[in-house]
Write a protein that binds this ligand. Structure first.
Ligand SMILES: [Zn+2]
Length: 196
């Protein structure tokens, strides 16, 4: 083997080795969750960043088509643990999902009970309404510091949707790249404020 070819291979293996280390560091290993695991993540989030939501709000496990939802009437957050385990979500994505659902609660609480019902009026029949409600929850989650986790949640959410549903979902939810753009612009606003 010529000298230059040997040098090339040494650099090649060094570079790919570094990439592997980086990838292992960045992505979290998929795992299986018990109800207690999800409850623990939920309780930590509530205590650290969502202590303003109602005491009456509860986490409930439910079999359904979607991964999670929140009700402004019962104040329950429903999580589909079977679907999360089926698609092997990493912990960041689960944290992102819970932060999104808790953010719905914050958003409902900003309105009166009647105002909350009016806010969700027509939710299932109007894409525009659904878009507004879902995006507001994402914006709250980003403001409270869960942007990175929300990006992971969105990647896994889109993976777990069936093809019939994905077109609609694409229109309603912020995409991972939209969320990354929002996180970056929020960082630069904070940086500007600090330098003032
Ligand atoms: Zn939502």
């Amino acid at each position: 083997m010529s000298y230059s070819l040997t040098t090339f291979f040494i650099f090649y293996f060094l570079a790919t080795g570094c990439l592997f280390v980086q990838a292992a560091h960045q992505s979290q290993a998929p795992r299986q969750y018990s109800k207690a695991d999800i409850e623990q993540i939920y309780n930590e989030l509530r205590q650290s960043s969502f202590d303003d939501i109602s005491e009456k709000s509860r986490l409930v496990f439910k079999k359904m088509k979607i991964f999670g939802m929140s009700s402004p009437v019962s104040l329950r957050i429903y999580i589909n643990i079977d679907k999360i385990n089926k698609y092997q979500w990493p912990e960041d994505a689960v944290t992102g999902l819970l932060a999104h659902e808790l953010s719905h609660m914050v958003s409902y609480q900003r309105r009166s009970r009647l105002g909350g019902m009016f806010y969700l009026w027509n939710y299932s029949f109007s894409i525009a309404r659904e878009k507004k409600v879902e995006r507001e929850a994402d914006e709250i989650a980003i403001e409270r510091g869960y942007g990175k986790e929300l990006v992971q949640e969105r990647i896994y959410q889109f993976k777990g949707e069936d093809t019939r549903n994905i077109k609609k979902q694409n229109k309603i939810y912020y995409h991972p790249e939209d969320l990354e753009g929002m996180i970056d612009s929020m960082k630069s606003i904070r940086h500007m404020n600090k330098n003032e």
